[in-house]
Design a protein around this ligand. Sequence first.
Ligand code: ADE
Length: 248
Amino acid sequence: MIVTIYTLFPNLVEPYLQEAILARAIHEGKLTVQIRDLRRFAGNASGRVDDAPYGGGAGMVIRPDVVTAALNEVTQDEPPPNETVLLTPAGERATQRTMEDLATQTHICLVAGRYEGFDARAESRFDRHLSIGDYVLMGGELPALVVLEAVARLLPGVLGDEDSHRHDSFSTGLLDHPQYTRPAVFEGEAVPDVLTSGHHANVAQWRRRTALERTAKVRPDLIDPKKLTPDERAWLTALQHNNNEDDA
Ligand code: ADE
């Protein structure tokens, strides 16, 4: 897969690709990342890419010709991108589903904004506008890296264990179950007995239930009762009933 990132600050993005799993994936050719400087399209010696907003107000707006030139350039790549994505807090909120969807493409182009944003005429040229959450950052560089990392770990062979992302939080529709490693007792707190019992079915049930319990407590909005077994629905109802009694 190819990921092309356009940014006004390539030096913010590049170091992130030089360590850990992303660096290995790139080295092994499982992923190609192209970082391109948007300022090449400034069209002036000073490298200015922005101008004051029509209608007045604070901040500067990145000119439409700059972004359009970048999109025209990447379209000439072989293969051209299947998806062009603008990172903006005004976009649709990205979820694990979004990342799974992007991970099926052969080439995605991510454009990181800065300042007050892009001229609306350039924004409309993108296939998607994505936000990584309901907060405003100083630019789209971190959001582009977030998308890159979330997508890269879904690509075949990037994580050591082929299967590991299938059990991730969100991929199952629930938050992940708790994990434990040695020592068996840490500061007086023991690992749950079931995990050392060697009984695989009980371990699987414990994991599913603790995942459900955690999700019900922290992110009840993620739970879709239709995706639970009747047993799980009954168990969850009993759990919530007990919790309500404890609160009373
Ligand atoms: N740029 C600034 N804030 C952002 C956000 N939350 N998501 C995507 N791009 C952004």
